[in-house]
Ligand binder design. Structure first.
Ligand code: ADP
Length: 462
């Protein structure tokens, strides 16, 4: 799983929050228990006093007048049991409930002593203390009073306090998590903006990113911009090198061609003539590759200085290219059909580039279509788009190859016709420099292929 800043932040917040809430819950439980204990212990001492008020001494005999109604008042509620007993100083049972375990008499004083104990599986809280008897005729000087009650109500109060604290903590944690989630989302939004700024640009665009970024990601954007700057310098250098090399090679190749043609003319030997005509072919091919490389370098983004943008009528450029291709079409025995629009098909572009584009597409169609084939060249305007279609009934291009044919030096496997693999790469560059679109699909007839280039139709400002 990929590391996510949002998940990390939430995790780092959740761990201390949960530990803090665990500690404070334990604390809240103890505070609740202590609170419940001090409240109910005071009540227990009050109950002991109420029992004491009901002590009767008659003929030196001590008894407690405790009717059922009075006992039920001392129980406070019907969820708990209440017990009492009066003992002599030495722990002899005098009155009350005799089944209560005796308190530790040696530790008793007149100050209430509290303790917990278990009676028949029930947990009880008890208080016991010495009470001096003031009556002169009493059989003892001091008695011990012990009262005890079950702890159901105490536990309920403790639980209520703990649940209230836990619930409020749970709400607090949930709110903190939502706040962090939203905060992190908002905090990370500049990164999303940088991401879409990068995604939106065309592959050839190496200009610096301009995003209104906060200081935290400024260094990242700066580093990216530095890299883009370096990359664009390298690409520029490489392009210039290829353009210069191709330019420098053109003249010697042309010279070589002239000399080889001359040598062929002067040669007497038939075998030598054959070798020289092979050499001629090689030189012509080399000249074509160099010419294409030069054209590619000129069509690439950044070479806009060589591009002359103007309003162009696609009909006239394409009809000129078609007319110039007729001799080649006759040689290859294919028919050329040209359909133009009745109105001028105006686009804003570089006439030289558009001519190159049309000529590459038409040249390919003538080259790859078998004898007797037909090539349909059409200029049309549909929904504000000016479209050039070059459709042939040649071998067609398999679906999986329709993207790859635009790569540099890529030729379909098994292509035997001479070529450089650069023609469609040049077409692609020209298309993207005109912000146009190119699609390859099977020809309407079934066999063959249709190259469709869509330009924005030029709209005059007045
Ligand atoms: P080249 O034609 O010099 O080989 P391109 O870049 O113009 O280079 O074309 C790349 C490849 O695409 C060609 O080698 C060919 O296999 C294929 N191709 C191009 N146009 C057509 C077409 N009209 N019909 C069939 N295949 C084509």
């Amino acid at each position: 799983m990929k590391r996510s800043i949002r998940r990390q932040l939430l995790l780092w917040l959740l761990i201390p929050l949960l530990s803090l809430s665990a500690f404070s819950s334990i604390g809240a439980f103890y505070i609740g228990e202590n609170l419940a204990r001090s409240i109910y212990d005071r009540e227990l001492v009050n109950s002991a006093d109420s029992v004491l008020a009901r002590i009767k001494i008659k003929d030196a005999h001590i008894s407690v007048d405790m009717p059922v109604a009075a006992l039920s008042i001392l129980r406070h509620n019907n969820r708990d049991e209440f017990y009492f007993q009066i003992l002599s100083e030495s722990g002899q049972f005098i009155a009350g409930h005799d089944f209560l375990p005796l308190p530790k008499i040696e530790q008793l004083t007149i100050t209430p002593q509290f303790r917990f104990f278990k009676l028949k599986e029930r947990q009880l809280r008890a208080v016991a203390f010495f009470v001096p008897i003031s009556e002169a005729n009493a059989s003892v000087e001091n008695v011990i009073i012990q009262v005890a009650e079950t702890r159901n109500t105490r536990k309920e109060l403790t639980n209520q306090i703990a649940v209230t604290v836990l619930l409020s903590q749970f709400i607090l944690i949930a709110c903190a998590l939502i706040a962090v989630w939203v905060g992190v989302r908002r905090g990370l939004s500049p990164l999303t903006r940088v991401e879409s700024a990068v995604n939106l640009r065309s592959p050839g665009d190496l200009s610096p990113l301009e995003v209104d970024e906060p200081s935290e990601i400024k260094s990242l954007v700066d580093a990216l911009n530095n890299l883009l700057h370096q990359l664009s310098e390298d690409v520029e250098l490489q392009k210039r090198f290829i353009a210069n090399a191709a330019h420098q090679l053109r003249t010697p190749i042309a010279g070589l061609g002239t000399y080889s043609a001359l040598a062929r003319k002067l040669a007497k030997d038939e075998e030598l003539k054959e070798v020289l005509s092979e050499l001629d072919l090689g030189i012509a091919r080399m000249g074509k590759v160099v010419g294409r490389l030069l054209m590619l370098a000129r069509s690439e983004p950044g070479a806009s200085s060589t591009r002359q943008m103007s309003v162009v009528d696609l009909n006239s450029v394409v009809s000129e290219v078609t007319a110039a291709s007729v001799p080649e079409a006759i040689k290859q025995k294919v028919d050329l059909e040209f359909h133009s629009t009745s109105e001028p098909a105006l686009i804003y572009g570089d006439p030289g580039g558009i001519e190159e584009l049309a000529s590459n597409l038409i040249e390919n169609s003538i080259l790859y279509t078998q004898n007797g084939g037909t090539i349909k060249i059409e200029v049309a305007i549909r929904n504000g788009t000016t479209i050039l279609t070059v459709e042939d009934d040649g071998p067609g291009i398999p679906k999986e190859e329709r993207e790859r044919i635009f790569e540099r030096f890529y030729r379909l496997p098994g292509t035997e016709k001479p070529g450089t693999g650069l023609g469609l790469a040049i077409v692609k560059e020209i298309v993207s420099s005109h912000k146009a679109k190119i699609d390859v699909s099977p020809a309407a007839g079934g066999n063959g292929s249709a190259f469709k280039v869509s330009f924005d139709t030029y709209k005059s400002k007045n």
